[in-house]
Each structure stands twice: as C-alpha cells, then as structure tokens.
Design a protein. Structure first.
Length: 421
C-alpha cells in the first residue's frame, strides 16, 4: 500500500509541475527538459554495450553538483575508461551546468516511476552509481539493487526528526538499505544510521570542503571587481534575496559617510525589476556589472551589483567581510566559498541551524547572525573597532575549511574497494 502511495505521489508531483509550466519558468524547464528523454538518452549514449562502462552521478541541484564535483573529477582521473553521466532533478542545476566538460552525458533525471526507472536503467546500464547528499529515490534504488549495480551515497547528512528514524519509518528505512555504502558528514548521522541497522557507513566529512579548496586554487581575476575595490574594504553580499536586502539596505545607507567601505551585491536570482528597486532604495551610488564601460570610474560608486551568474565564488577574493543570504527564507546558502578566503561571515538568524558549517562557525566566532539592520551595524562596528577579533574570525573561517578537507579521498577509497571486488 505504501509503495502504491509513493508511486501515486510521484505521478501527482509530475502532473502538478506540468500544470504549472505555463506560469513558471522553472516548471517549464522541468517539463521541457524531460520531453522525449529516453529517445535522447538512446541517441546520445547509444545501444546497450557491454564494453562501455558508465559511472552515473545524480544530484538534486547546483549545490549538490558542486558538492559532488571533486568526486566526479577524482573518479575521471582514476578511472579514465569510464564514461561519466550526470543527472539533475532541478533546472537550477541542469540549466547552469548542462555544458560541464567533466561529464560525457548530462541529463535531467526522469521522474521516479517504475516504468521510467526500468527504461532508464536499461539504456544507461551503469556500472556504479553515486547519489549526492539528500537524494533517496525509492524505485531507482530498488531497480539498481535488483540488477546488482553498486550505489554509493556520499556527503549524506541525517537528522533525528527525519522519517527514517521514526517508529513508523520502516518503509523509508528500506530505501537506505538499498545503498551499498553511505558516507556521512558527521557523527550524528553515523550513529543515526548505525542505530537502525545500517552497517556499510563511513564518517567521511563533506566534499564541499574539497570543492571550495579547488575554487581557491582556480580562482579567476575579475578586473572590474578589482578596479572597484581599489583601496577600499569590500563587504560582499552573496546570494541575496529580498528578505536579506530588507535588513541590509538600511545598514548600507547608514554607512554613506564611510568612503573606505564599498559593497558588492550578488543576487541569488537575477530579476531586473528587483535590482532596479534595490538601486532606488540604496542611497550610495550604484552600478550594475553589465553597465561598466572601459571609461567608467568605478571608485565613484559605492555599490557594485553583479547582474550575472557564475562569478560569485571568485568575487570573495576581493572581500574583507561577507554576508551570505538565504537564511531569512528557505535556508542559508553556501558560506564555505567565503570562509575559504578567510573573512568574518554574517547571515540571518533564522534558517541556518541545519547547516553544520554554519552552527560550527557561529560557535567558533568566525560567523555571526543578525535579525535586523541594527544587529548588522552592531556586528560590523564591533569587528571594525576590534581588529584582533576581526582577524581571529577571518582565520577561524579559513582554518575551518582547511581542517575539513579530505572527504573526496575517503569516497574514492570506498569506490576502489567496490570496483576492485
């Protein structure tokens, strides 16, 4: 009965997305990206071929892809005979990374219905499968188990309130039993799995630390940002939502008389109307990245707004402070990209507690939470007036990343034990 309800929920979700497609660009991408997907898979991957070895990596969205990227690249380096397939559930991952050169094939994941799953596995015939962090699709995992195809989950994280660990969660626990190995981020996750009888587990940490180390090593110089900085301190506002800006705009306006501080604002999503509204509300002179010309005197402006996607991780190299958005809404965005460059980090005091790195850095006084413009000003002035505290926070963030590198190597050790069997 529960299996029928699960399949019904998957069909219902797909139907709702189709109904929303005319009114939502994300829903439209979700639907269009899956049209004729099996024909596209056959055309791209080819007919089933026993000599072709495919490693399949699945991630929900862009964040999980970035989390998985160090493993994808380590796998390709160690096992060059394998073709790599990357699938996404969400358009926000696929549409940004559909041209990623580190994979041979990139597709949306067909909905987790028995018929879709059967067709997908028959066409792809993967030799090994990786699910990144949160992905637990019951029908895919059951079918892979049936065909004795090894499946690894890595950078997984669990919390006691999840259904897996409830007395009535047997249906969901069976999903976890389909994995050949689960590599978890922390000890809480390890013991939660251990207590429900999951045996093949490794405490490996989070591969995002390895990814942000890669970002530092491969950072790109952004001349416009460099020229904008000049000799000023930069407060980088990354992945900003409207709720974040409601706190920050008043704070920014209060610093109008401080010429040695400037702001770079990177919205989470680029909406021209929203950006125009922010510019009208912000008193200091602002300019969008796309408006900069060779003749532009960037130091005449105190605000630079990044109206494009893809350069945020490199922009942090120019900052002395970072505010990371999202926690006044669904959840805090990636703070590790800023932390790895070594700077105090600030974010909203709402939805951040489920992120281990956020709670760790708050506890270690590398990061600070705010609930209002007044809170933001208090934190900023405290750090400005106490250089030792500011330096300690910056070093705490940088060292936190360095101390947690190494999860990718642990994943690859498990891979080797499975493929060498």
């Amino acid at each position: 009965m529960l299996n029928l309800l699960y399949n019904f929920s998957i069909h219902s979700y797909s139907l709702i997305i189709k109904l929303l497609a005319p009114f939502s660009s994300k829903a439209e991408f979700w639907v269009e990206g899956r049209k004729d997907i099996f024909s596209k898979l056959k055309l791209t991957i080819g007919e089933p071929n026993k000599s072709q070895k495919i490693a399949w990596f699945h991630c929900a969205s862009l964040g999980e892809f970035e989390q998985g990227r160090p493993v994808i690249e380590a796998f390709r380096a160690k096992y060059p005979a394998y073709k790599i397939l990357v699938t996404f559930f969400s358009p926000s991952g696929y549409e940004v990374r559909k041209n990623y050169s580190g994979a041979d094939f990139i597709f949306y994941l067909p909905a987790d219905t028995p018929n879709n799953v059967s067709q997908f596995i028959q066409i792809v015939q993967p030799k090994i499968v990786f699910f990144i962090k949160y992905e637990f699709w019951r029908n895919y995992l059951t079918e892979l188990k049936k065909h004795q195809i090894p499946v690894i989950s890595f950078s997984a994280i669990f919390r006691p309130n999840q259904l897996f660990f409830k007395p009535y969660g047997g249906f969901y626990r069976k999903v976890l039993q389909q994995f050949d190995h689960i590599l978890v981020q922390n000890e809480v996750s390890y013991h939660l799995l251990e207590n429900i009888g999951i045996q093949n587990i490794t405490l490996a940490g989070d591969t995002r630390f390895d990814r942000v180390k890669q970002i530092v090593d491969a950072k790109k110089e952004i001349q416009i940002a460099k020229d904008f900085k000049a000799n000023r301190q930069i407060l980088m506002i990354g992945s900003a939502w409207q709720a974040d800006m409601e706190v920050l705009i008043s704070f920014i306006n209060s610093l109008l008389d401080l010429p040695n501080i400037a702001f770079v604002i990177a919205p989470h999503e680029i909406h021209r109307i929203e950006i125009n509204t922010w510019q009208k509300q912000i008193h200091p002179k602002s300019i969008c990245f796309s408006e900069v010309k060779p003749s532009t005197q960037l130091t005449d402006y105190q605000i630079l707004i990044i109206d494009n996607i893809g350069m945020l991780s490199s922009l942090y190299q120019y900052a002395e402070y970072a505010y990371i958005g999202g926690s006044f809404g669904k959840g805090l965005h990636n703070i590790l990209e800023a932390a790895t460059f070594g700077m105090p980090i600030v974010f909203g005091n709402k939805a951040y507690q489920k992120f281990q790195e956020a709670t760790d850095l708050v506890r270690l006084e590398g990061a600070f939470t705010v609930g209002s413009s007044e809170d933001m000003m208090e934190v900023f002035l405290e750090l400005e007036e106490n250089p030792d505290k500011k330096l300690k926070a910056a070093n705490t963030c940088k060292n936190y990343v360095l101390e947690n590198i190494g999860a990718t190597e642990k994943v690859m050790t498990v891979v080797a034990s499975i493929l060498n069997n």
